[in-house]
Design a protein around this ligand. Structure first.
Ligand SMILES: [Zn+2]
Ligand SMILES: [Zn+2]
Length: 212
């Protein structure tokens, strides 16, 4: 069964997340944006075996500690979609700009594309490419658990910013309505910032995409 623990990191309270299969003990970390010591501590506390790092996109608060955690744990970095490489290359400058600790650029061990499958122990996740906030943004959907990790595509009551390089408002709306809504109203999503919600609740009440 899928278990997870949300671990807000950095000054932006970004929801890094430790996911694991409680039968096999296999685990992944999504979006390790910072505070690598704390993330490694959470892995030890859960008593699980970290296998991979999964990235939704390469903004500093999501990917800032990816290279460091990957090196320390000896695990591969998976994702995002290759058109986010320019954001990965800019991690050192992003760190400076936002006053983060120094961050290293890297090349993911595996890039992701729409329709790819990721395996966590006995659990299969489907990858959807959801551009708009960044061009290479992906989300991770686990249908049986009715959960989706959506990064900065959608928030409870809001949507991702589209005023950064490579951002596109209409693309973001299309990603939400065309890729997320079909996962079902009862699907709980874990956003990059703030509390969880369901797609159904956002369809009802989100001022940016309500009624779509
Ligand atoms: Zn972002
Ligand atoms: Zn973010």
């Amino acid at each position: 069964m899928l278990q997870y623990r949300i671990l807000p990191v950095t000054a932006f309270a970004q929801n890094a997340c430790l996911l694991w299969d409680n039968v096999t003990g296999d685990a992944v970390l999504t979006d390790p944006g910072g505070e690598p010591d704390r993330l490694m501590q959470a892995v030890r506390e859960a008593g699980v075996q970290l296998r991979e790092i999964w990235l939704t996109h390469a903004h500093i608060d999501h990917a800032g500690a990816a290279a460091e955690v990957a090196q320390r744990a000896g695990v591969p970095i998976v994702g995002p979609h290759p058109v986010d490489q320019f954001w990965i290359d800019a991690l050192p400058q992003q760190a400076q700009m936002f006053g983060f600790p120094p961050a290293r650029a890297f090349t993911p061990d595996r890039w992701l594309a729409d329709g790819d499958t990721l395996q966590l122990g006995s659990l299969a996740f489907s990858v959807r490419h959801c551009p708009g906030h960044t061009p290479g943004h992906v989300v991770f959907h686990q249908p049986e658990a009715r959960r989706c990790w959506v990064g900065d595509v959608l928030f409870a009551g809001s949507i991702g910013r589209t005023d950064f390089p490579g951002g596109n408002h209409q693309q973001l709306i299309d990603s939400i309505t065309g890729k997320l809504w079909p996962m079902g109203d009862d699907t709980v999503f874990i956003p990059g910032h703030g509390p969880e919600s369901t797609f159904g609740e956002e369809r009802r009440s989100n001022p940016f995409v309500g009624g779509t």
